[in-house]
Write a protein that binds this ligand. Structure first.
Ligand code: ADP
Ligand code: MG
Ligand code: MG
Length: 885
């Protein structure tokens, strides 16, 4: 087995084996770009090492062979006392894990080769600077010495010298620093800094392997859902030196602006420095444009290479480069990360440039990015004071007064204040505060932390893990790195899409993308134009229909503007609240048929009006109306309120008969597990006349609209069916009512009757159920609850964060459909249903209908449509298209 690849042997498609960095270094090498020679040790070697604790047999020999070739190519020997070859030992996994793993530069220096390097370069300062860097990085990475020990020492020397700038340290200072560093190593390890270059290299390689399992890498992988068993590759690269003097330097660059997507020159450059200085922010970098003045030849060459790379990768690339004494070297490239706006703009630009076609443009953007563009955004062109940055846990822009505990959050929000709940991390006790707050900010924990999981579940803006903010919940304030303090009551603004946290109220602007979806013209805005063109193409490509969940005419109209092709779920429960509650109470309390019929009769015109509105808004499009689903006690007064009322009345010596009967009803209807109780079709069977009322209202509204020359297309949907018998009984009733109305109005009513599939039993017996149902709609929220036995309202806050952290699932099954379990039921249900009734229309109406990964799954299992909240409709349209390849 081969464990080591020369750069000339790899290519960009070998990321599994060579990691992203190694594969792209190979690709650049083969493009003839100036990459220092080197080789890559495969991820497979890493996996063996991590499994067995030993590097695979033969690896040492292979490394030795490749090192020899490298030495030959450079005409130097590793660590040679007269003219040493130095190498960097760099981690590089399949997926980039920024800052998670380790790299050691200048491997091969020791007490004698440092002198050789100085002589060869005729530059003592440079040689000793390189040596002190080696000891520092090696000490930290390989020997696990606290980085602070070294940083303190260099600060100390600078203080003695009376300077802030590393560059003011001369060769003598750096030589002294090396001695101090060696002392630190001795003190921490009990041994001298290793002088044998090969030993240095082997130790560095193993340390990179080990860094795969460092705590922060493990955590990062869980959060980003990167599999734990991939391992990292190790790249050994001949060193090139940006710290040789002012004609040397190092920088990073992007082929387009990763923030906006605009074309131009973007990057930072730092003279007389080695790579890690640019990111570390030790000294101020200059904009890349300035390199043109500093070193025009290298600048022109770099521009050339960037154009080559873009042309080759057909996408935005980011780049690391170093200039050694006027000679340009490429050290890294990859297809670069970008913001949502940049993703859309770049995809559209590349179409204009003829680099990609629209099919590919649709693949270059994601529904998640579209979501980000649709949230209101902070207007950062206004003057803002950024306090710090955390992870974007749940998108949105929230402004409010900082509060540091849940109790205050609830109290203040009750009195009409907008608050941001700031915590170090949240736990289930914070739930009420989270509900009350506009947004949530935590200083600890990642995307699977309690705060993140619960906020996403609630659709609430959240920034988590803003570690640079010191949160003191006891004394109710936080401190930003610049020293700014935010006390309870001070206003802050948090951006859940970027993770940024600002002091004060940052103005919020509506998303131009939403305005466009609302019907505004694409206009001049190139972002909106890009969205417009990509969405239009997506609509042409997708097979899956997209409907919306909308309960009111207003929502329905909005959904239509957003591109919904119908309503997949209209919940009718809100139609029984407010003033209508009294009729429901009368219905529940009715003591005979007469009283009950009266209550129903009072509701009929109201319901008819509801459906007239809705069906008018959805004229010409299918509109699925779900008959009443929730348990009846939800329509009765709250038990405590009622008890207080009754007790007060009693104390006044009064007796309200109605309240007393209500009390009895509340007790009678109380359920220990309402989710599994008297609801859905069960209500229809137990409460005579209820479903018939709704059916009649739908039928009469339809007849009325048909008479007006409209084209209403209602579909009646029966919830929570578990057996075909339930459906048969309700269906017989429904058909009777429809026939009556047809007879009364003289209109031939075309109304489908179907059912929700939201119980495992329904999915498993879908062949039987389909005999009585003209369509299915998978209610994946309930189906997830009933398949897992999770009560969503309870489990998310109670333990989902733990479940995610220990890896029971990588994402909440309420967010993304659990393909193996719940998804399997969807598949079975669809297959069985269509076996009975080949033209059965099948959709899904849980929140999963607007979740990108879930949409892909629904496309694959062959559903006819997904239905989601109006706001998510564009996301579903886009992802339905992306699912077609
Ligand atoms: P990361 O993955 O954290 O970016 P890298 O392996 O890319 O780590 O290396 C850290 C820094 O060291 C980068 O700036 C890189 O350009 C620089 N570097 C790595 N190898 C060499 C080399 N052979 N010569 C000069 N600089 C190097
Ligand atoms: Mg890098
Ligand atoms: Mg349901």
């Amino acid at each position: 087995q081969k464990y080591v690849y020369d750069f000339s042997e790899g290519n960009k498609d070998l990321k599994d084996l060579l990691g992203g960095k190694g594969a792209n270094l190979a690709e650049m090498t083969n493009l003839g770009l100036p990459v220092p020679p080197g080789f890559t040790i495969t991820t497979e070697a890493c996996t063996v090492y991590l499994e067995t604790g030993e590097t695979p047999g033969g690896l040492d020999d292979e490394v030795a062979t490749h090192l020899e070739a490298l030495e030959k190519a450079r005409g130097k020997k590793l660590g040679d006392p007269d003219d040493p070859l130095l190498v960097s030992v760099r981690s590089g996994a399949k997926f980039s894990m920024p800052g998670m793993m380790e790299t050691v530069l200048n491997v091969g220096l020791n007490d004698s080769s440092v002198e050789g390097l100085a002589r060869q370069a005729d530059n003592e300062r440079f040689a000793w600077d390189s040596y002190r860097r080696l000891i520092q990085m090696f000490g930290k990475t390989v020997q696990n010495i606290e980085g602070e020990a070294f940083e303190d020492a260099i600060e100390e020397i600078k203080r003695e010298k009376g300077t802030q700038n590393d560059l003011d340290l001369d060769a003598g200072d750096l030589r002294k620093l090396v001695d101090v560093y060696k002392g630190i190593v001795r003190e921490h390890t009990g041994e001298d800094f290793p002088q044998d270059p090969r030993e240095q290299m082997t130790a560095a390689i193993n340390a990179v392997f080990d860094s795969w399992n460092s705590d922060r890498a493990v955590l990062y992988r869980r959060q980003e859902r990167i599999p734990a068993d991939l391992g990292t590759a190790v790249n050994v690269v001949a060193m090139v030196f940006g710290n040789m003097g002012m004609d040397s330097g190092t920088g990073v660059a992007f082929t387009r602006d990763p923030g906006t997507g605009e074309q131009g020159v973007y990057g930072d450059y730092l003279q007389n420095a080695q790579g890690e200085d640019v990111v570390a922010g030790i000294r101020n970098t200059v904009p890349l444009q300035d390199l043109e003045k500093i070193d025009k030849t290298s600048y022109d060459r770099l521009m050339d290479i960037m154009a080559t790379l873009e042309g080759h990768y057909r996408d935005l690339c980011d780049i690391e480069f170093t200039i050694e004494a006027g000679h340009l070297w490429m050290l890294q490239t990859r297809v670069g990360k970008r913001t949502a706006a940049a993703a859309f703009r770049i995809a559209s630009q590349l179409v204009d440039e003829g680099v990609i076609d629209l099919d590919e443009a649709v693949q270059r953007v994601t529904g998640e990015q579209l979501v980000h563009l649709m949230f209101p955004q902070f207007d950062t062109s206004a003057k803002v004071h950024q306090l710090g940055r955390g992870m974007s846990a749940s998108p949105g822009a929230a402004v409010g007064k900082a509060v540091f505990d849940s109790y205050t959050a609830v109290k203040w929000s009750r009195s009409g204040e907008n608050v941001i709940l700031v915590r170090r991390e949240t736990n289930p006790d914070d739930l009420n505060g989270m509900i009350a707050a506009q947004g949530i900010l935590t200083s600890r924990g990642g995307k699977t932390s309690h705060a993140a999981v619960v906020a996403r579940g609630m659709g609430k803006t959240c920034v988590c893990g803003a570690e640079e903010l010191q949160v003191n919940t006891k004394r109710r304030f936080l401190t930003a790195p610049d020293g700014t303090e935010v006390h309870e009551g001070d206003v802050i603004s948090i951006d859940g899409s970027t993770g940024r946290v600002y002091l004060g109220e940052v103005p919020v602007v509506d998303s131009p993308v939403v305005e466009y979806f609302e019907g505004a013209a694409a206009g001049e805005d190139d972002l909106v134009q890009a969205v417009d063109r990509i969405m239009k193409h997506a609509d042409e490509k997708r097979r899956l229909g997209v409907r919306a969940n909308a309960d009111t005419a207003e929502d329905a109209e909005r959904a239509r503007r957003f591109g919904a092709e119908g309503i997949g779920l209209c919940r009718t429960e809100h139609m029984f609240l407010g003033e209508r509650r009294q009729h429901v109470e009368r219905l529940i309390l009715a003591e005979d048929d007469d009283q009950r019929d009266q209550a129903l009769e009072a509701l009929l015109p109201l319901q008819r009006w509801d459906f007239l509105q809705l069906l008018t808004a959805m004229d010409g499009l299918p509109t699925t109306i779900r008959l009443l689903d929730p348990p009846l006690h939800e329509f009765l007064p709250d038990i405590t309120e009622l008890s207080v009322r009754v007790a007060l009345a009693e104390s006044r010596g009064e007796k309200n008969e109605n309240d007393l009967r209500l009390m009895q009803a509340v007790h009678r209807l109380h359920e220990a597990n309402p989710m599994l109780g008297l609801r859905g079709v069960r209500l229809g069977l137990v409460v005579p006349g209820l479903f018939n009322l709704q059916t009649r209202a739908i039928a009469e509204a339809t007849a009325q609209l048909v008479k007006l020359g409209k084209e209403p297309k209602p579909e009646i949907m029966i919830p929570l069916v578990g057996s075909v018998q339930e459906l048969e009984i309700i269906r017989a009733d429904t058909e009777k009512v429809l026939a009556e109305v047809a007879e009364e109005t003289g209109i031939d009513l075309q109304i489908l009757v179907g059912t929700m599939i939201e119980l495992p039993r329904a999915a498993l017996t879908a062949d039987q159920i389909a005999e009585s149902a003209e369509f299915f709609s998978f209610g994946t929220n309930d189906l997830t609850q009933t398949t897992w036995g999770f009560s969503r309202d309870d489990v998310e806050a109670a333990f989902f964060s733990t479940y995610l952290e220990v890896g029971i699932f990588g994402v909440s099954p309420f967010e993304t459909i659990d393909v193996d379990g719940v998804g399997e039921l969807v598949r079975i249900g669809t297959e069985k249903g269509r076996a009975t009734r080949p033209d059965l229309k099948v959709g899904v109406c849980g929140e999963h209908g607007g979740d990108p990964d879930s949409v892909h799954f629904f496309h694959q299992v062959g559903l006819d449509y997904v239905s989601c909240s109006p706001f998510r409709v564009p996301v579903a349209r886009l992802e339905a298209a992306r699912a077609t390849v």
